[in-house]
Design a protein around this ligand. Structure first.
Ligand code: CTP
Length: 209
């Protein structure tokens, strides 16, 4: 039983506007598809994306980081492998205006509050046998920052990519990733399609489980 999160979250400011990021959801959808093809029972918790549903995968659409948190929390007891490819908002507007915010001559600052760190919450206490794979997108010090995330969030594995590397990141068909493992070793496969990377991630995960 594999739970995959994918895509961005959207955090409303008012009925018209929201904060989000450039995540396309393609990496998470590719992982869900490859896991399904290997015979896993897959649930995909998906932020708002423009991708076709994956056949034979149960998709749970969510909008906000709080929605995603609740969906993962509810699925966790029946999950053997959690793969968190979603780009979750770390902050949301502290107040959501019920009417459209009108403009004025003044500049504007918007107070933000923290969202819950879903992976941080999953870390402990966690049921025995649960395998957790996170993702990390960086623009500098990728390995050191991602290793710190793996340790802080008590992950088994983290897939790190540097947005500034050609062929990596949002909206591309390919990815350039470094896989970091909890035993300290790491692997940097060549640039490959997101489907091929999904396959490799599942190979590594199965050999660790
Ligand atoms: N993540 C999460 N809940 C959040 C934020 C992130 O579960 N509120 C997960 C992401 O799905 C990803 C991993 O944590 O698998 C790392 O996300 P990332 O944004 O790169 O890391 P952060 O810990 O938020 O650190 P920073 O944004 O400062 O780089």
């Amino acid at each position: 039983r594999v739970t995959v999160t994918a895509g961005p979250t959207q955090e409303a400011l008012d009925p018209v506007r929201y904060l989000t990021n450039h995540s396309s959801g393609r990496m998470g959808y590719a992982i869900a598809r490859e896991a399904m093809l290997r015979g896993a029972q897959v649930t995909l918790v998906s932020g708002p994306v423009d991708l076709p549903l994956v056949p034979f995968v149960e998709t749970r659409p969510v909008t906000t980081a709080a929605d995603m948190f609740r969906a993962v929390r509810d699925l966790l007891p029946a999950t053997d492998v959690l793969i968190k490819a979603a780009a979750v908002a770390d902050y949301r507007p502290a107040q959501v205006a019920s009417d459209k915010m009108k403009n004025s001559d003044q500049d504007l600052s918007i107070p933000l509050e923290r969202t819950d760190d879903i992976l941080g919450w999953v870390a402990e206490p966690r049921h025995p046998g649960l395998f957790v794979c996170g993702f990390s997108m960086e623009t500098r010090d990728m390995v050191a920052n991602s290793r710190a995330k793996l340790e802080r969030k008590k992950l088994d594995m983290i897939v790190a990519n540097n947005l500034k590397v050609e062929g990596a990141g949002f909206g591309t068909d390919t990815n350039v990733a470094t896989l970091l493992f909890k035993d300290g070793h790491r692997e940097t496969p060549p640039m490959m399609s997101k489907e091929a990377l999904a396959d490799l991630i599942l190979d590594r995960l199965l050999s660790m489980k």
